[in-house]
Design a protein around this ligand. Structure first.
Ligand SMILES: [Zn+2]
Length: 654
């Protein structure tokens, strides 16, 4: 059993997490730098961040706020947005927007972002005051609904609580938005509003038995347990930690505590936020068993339920982990919210145990799912990313699409600075190769990371100040050279570390010192977990994809309208039997893929095995492939198997 450090508390926006060592605590823990200490430099991530800020500022705050003013009995200044903002989840996007604006302000310091945040807080504060009891929600018929719940009239289905869709899920977004406005922008007003709101939740549920609470938690509730644990961390009042435990769904937790995987068939994005809450409660309350439950969940989802891009779920649910065939046949592949939440969980777990397996997953999911989920033309966001060959995605439109993945999506692209670096005592951990400038005032450090990764396979760290520190530079498992080529100021260094470890360098660094690490990548294939026989092709951690032509006579529209299911790419499907099969004695895809040119990554996939029908195909990073049909997973067969399949098919048609 691991000894862990506990008692992390949030001491305000400016402060790092405070980590106190448990008695005899030996386990290492990492802390994160405040987001405002990491500025992105030129890269695809920086471009995505800028586009995302344009997108969130294009949202009309008065339309987002209308549900809150209406429920508080105040005249709205505009009409609700359509779509999910007018059909029961009224208000959820405003909560996400508070989080996104707060992150964006921390990441950039932009005044227009802060002005928008302040305007929204002004209006929300009016609404909360008018409610008079701390409540702050846009749920239709709020007063009636919460009166019923408080009285124990609880009719809970997975997506319906007293016929009101998922009201706690909705409220969770506002709780999290207020928390983030405090943590990232130091808004004491947001903190006070958050605490008043938490008091409302405490009073509302005070008459409910634990059994009634558990019944209520059958309905999706976002991360209510996580945010209430955060209120405890902010206030130090254990009442909120007790409430966070009451909001923890035992039906999910108990099997995880026992190390039993009962996830098949469960709605994925209902579960992941609860597990973030279990981990948060474990950090604050010292429950090692809850931490192990969270770790068990993470391992199960990452190792056995995730596809090459780092995403999971089919039609939003965990598929049978021994059979991924629906991942190939269904057009509702991994949902972006799931990965948004898996990254949150990963970041928490790495904070407890700074192991590189967490970084490996984070990097994989960040480049291939999160970065790919934003349309570079419009900033529109993706809900489902189908793994079905030759299918496509649809993107949100700013004034029409009001889904969960828009809400989490606008947060995704303004927090790329959150996991590039971490610290462990006086050691600086460099985890991701995203161009950026880090300031660490306590060490007097300013450090710039620059590279053209992944188009070039190296990264450089340039000291812009003198500093004495230990540098732990990630030497990723996918960097497969015999020996890493590491130079300091052009002079090659001996390195003992193997791939999958940190390279540690300690010295008195001088302004201008430059550390350069080569990151050799190779093409490799990765099988779809749990079968059938499909393979994704990667270059280092980057998933490659082919652009496919439109189907005959098709003039595809890649933008979602405001209909209830507008987020689903439900146009015609390419029949799977028309998808080229890679036929060879073994799935040695890599032998048939070679890089073309030296600029942006491009590969040619050709001469595939014995199959004369296999066309030469260009592959590019999936994160650069947009507004098109595409293929990530390729079917594989041996010549014998293909012959067998053909004869069976011939018999069937006779
Ligand atoms: Zn979603």
């Amino acid at each position: 059993m691991k000894t862990r450090r506990h008692a992390k508390t949030i001491a305000g926006a400016a402060a790092l997490l405070i980590v106190a060592a448990a008695p005899g605590g030996a386990a290492a823990a990492a802390e994160y730098f405040p987001l405002r200490n990491v500025r992105l430099l030129d890269s695809p991530f920086r471009e995505a961040q800028d586009r995302d800020i344009d997108y969130m500022l294009a949202l009309d705050p008065d339309r987002l706020l209308a549900p809150y003013l209406k429920q508080a009995g105040l005249p709205p200044r505009a009409e609700n947005y359509p779509n999910w903002e007018s059909t029961g989840l009224d208000g959820h996007i405003a909560g996400h927007t508070l989080s996104a604006l707060s992150l964006a302000f921390a990441a950039t310091g932009r005044e227009d972002v802060q002005d928008r945040l302040n305007y929204m807080l002004d209006q929300l504060e009016r609404a909360q005051k008018a409610n008079g009891n701390g409540y702050l929600g846009g749920v239709p018929d709020s007063a009636k609904l919460w009166k019923q719940i408080a009285a124990g009239d609880i009719r809970a289905e997975p997506f319906s609580l007293d016929d009101a869709w998922v009201p706690w899920y909705n409220l969770h977004k506002m709780f999290a938005g207020l928390r983030d406005a405090w943590l990232y922008t130091n808004s004491t007003r947001a903190r006070d509003m958050l605490v008043a709101f938490a008091d409302w939740a405490d009073r509302l549920t005070s008459g409910l038995s634990d059994d009634q609470m558990q019944t209520m938690l059958r309905t999706e509730q976002g991360g209510m347990n996580e945010v209430l644990a955060d209120v405890y961390a902010i206030t130090g009042d254990p009442r909120y930690l007790a409430l966070a435990r009451r909001f923890s769904d035992r039906k999910l937790l108990d099997p995880l505590l026992a190390g039993v995987d009962e996830l098949d068939g469960l709605h994925a994005n209902t579960q992941i936020p609860k597990v973030i809450g279990f981990e948060r409660i474990a950090e604050l309350g010292g429950d090692d068993d809850w931490h192990r439950a969270a770790e068990f969940f993470w391992e199960d989802v990452v190792d056995e339920r995730s596809v090459a891009i780092g995403g999971n779920s089919v039609e939003e649910h965990f598929n049978d982990k021994h059979d991924f065939s629906t991942m190939i046949t269904d057009v509702q592949g991994p949902e972006t919210c799931n990965t948004y939440n898996m990254l949150k969980l990963t970041r928490r777990l790495y904070g407890d145990d700074p192991e590189l397996r967490y970084v490996r997953f984070y990097e994989r999911a960040l480049y291939n799912h999160i970065l790919s989920s934003q349309d570079p033309a419009t900033g529109g966001l993706v809900y489902f990313t189908p793994m079905r060959p030759e299918h496509y995605r649809v993107y949100s439109q700013v004034d029409q699409s009001m889904w969960c993945c828009v809400g989490s999506g606008i947060e995704n692209h303004v927090k790329y600075g959150a996991f590039i670096y971490a610290r462990d005592g006086d050691a600086l951990l460099v985890n991701l190769f995203i161009p950026s400038r880090l300031t660490w005032p306590e060490q007097g450090l300013v450090l710039r990371q620059e590279n053209g990764f992944p188009d070039t396979s190296e990264t450089s760290l340039v000291f812009e100040s003198d500093a004495r520190l230990r540098l732990r530079l990630r030497y990723p498992a996918w960097a497969v050279a015999e020996r890493p080529v590491l130079t300091i100021n052009g002079k090659q260094q001996a390195v003992a570390a193997a791939p999958g470890n940190y390279i540690e360098l300690e010295r008195d660094w001088k302004k201008g010192d430059t550390v350069r690490l080569e990151l050799p990548m190779r093409v490799h294939a990765e099988s779809l977990p749990g079968g059938p026989d499909y393979y994704a092709i990667l270059y280092g951690p980057i998933v490659l994809a082919a652009r496919n032509a439109p189907l005959d006579g098709e003039a595809p529209d890649f933008y979602a309208d405001d209909s209830r299911m507008g987020h689903v790419p439900d146009g015609p499907m390419c029949p799977l039997e028309k998808v080229p099969v890679f036929v060879a004695a073994s799935p040695d895809f890599a032998r048939h893929v070679r890089r073309v040119g030296a600029g942006e990554l491009r590969f040619r996939f050709s001469d595939a095995g014995n199959s004369k029908a296999f066309p030469a195909t260009d592959l590019i990073p999936f994160f650069r492939l947009h507004r098109s049909r595409y293929t990530i997973y390729w079917p594989f067969s041996t010549p014998e198997k293909l012959q067998l399949t053909k004869s069976t098919a011939d018999e069937d048609t006779q």
